[in-house]
Design a protein around this ligand. Sequence first.
Ligand SMILES: [Zn+2]
Ligand SMILES: [Zn+2]
Length: 322
Amino acid sequence: MKILHDVHNHNIFSNCCNDNSASTDAFVKKEVELGNKIFGLSNHIWDESVKGASYWYSKQTITKAEEAKASLAKAPASLKCLFGAESEYFHCHDRVGMSVEGAKRFDYMLIPHSHQHMRNQVLWDLPEIQEMRAKIAADVQAALPYLAEDTVKVMANALQEAHLKKYIEEQKTDLGKYMADAAVKSFYDLCANETFIKICATVPTSIAHPFAFCGIPNEIKNSFLINIPDEVLYDCFAKAKAIGAYCEINCAAVTEHGMDLEANQLMRVFANAKKAGCQFTFGTDSHSVKSLEIIRVGDQVCDYLGLTKSDIAEYLQDGVEE
Ligand SMILES: [Zn+2]
Ligand SMILES: [Zn+2]
């Protein structure tokens, strides 16, 4: 099956896009060239009506993202354009970065649970790092007793993991197991989150790049993911299916886990999602015009998993060719 849609990509409206040519017009032009039938733009967005945005998200608002809509409206009739968003789930605070009212301003929604590089937002510090932070806070407070407790807390929390690691003699925590366990927990908690459940009932919603851990080298991603057994993956997607959430097949994440699909642990994730009855959406997660081309990875994944049109989310079924 050929995938003729891409509903996960970032252009100049996302802070992480470094391609200055990645305007909405340029994305639309490239999608037409690629022969896609449905294009959805999905920049990183934190709804400005939801409290608790990190500094990085605070400037990426719905109002700013909506500036792209004028260009989407000018696309040729052969390309159906959708206005979407990749928002966020801060597992540490059980908070979705999009309100139900905010979601209504979009054609569809992507919510990730695996931006684990966002420490103490998506993933709590490793236990050793937590201990070191607490020790530094206690030592600073003892040395500078005139500082208020909240001042000391801000200072200790501002230190990056890379700095703190230098003072840890031995990291006893198995990072792969720690991240895998946290990903399972965050998936379950997302599927039980009231706002997320309501968003799923309001607009087509996918769990973006499920179980693709961010912030670790590509070479070790499969060895981390192997920690999660099939029956756990199946149960996670049964929960997602029950609330009407789709499973995203993210071409960039597939590539990062390796194009030897037999060895690619994400295939096990998707196979369990399929077994649980979840439907799929495809996206490149491209941050440049050029990498919109990797949507062809989606065709290979479809063939490998034996996906057919009925496995695709209804709103995108015109965006595949059997
Ligand atoms: Zn993401
Ligand atoms: Zn993305």
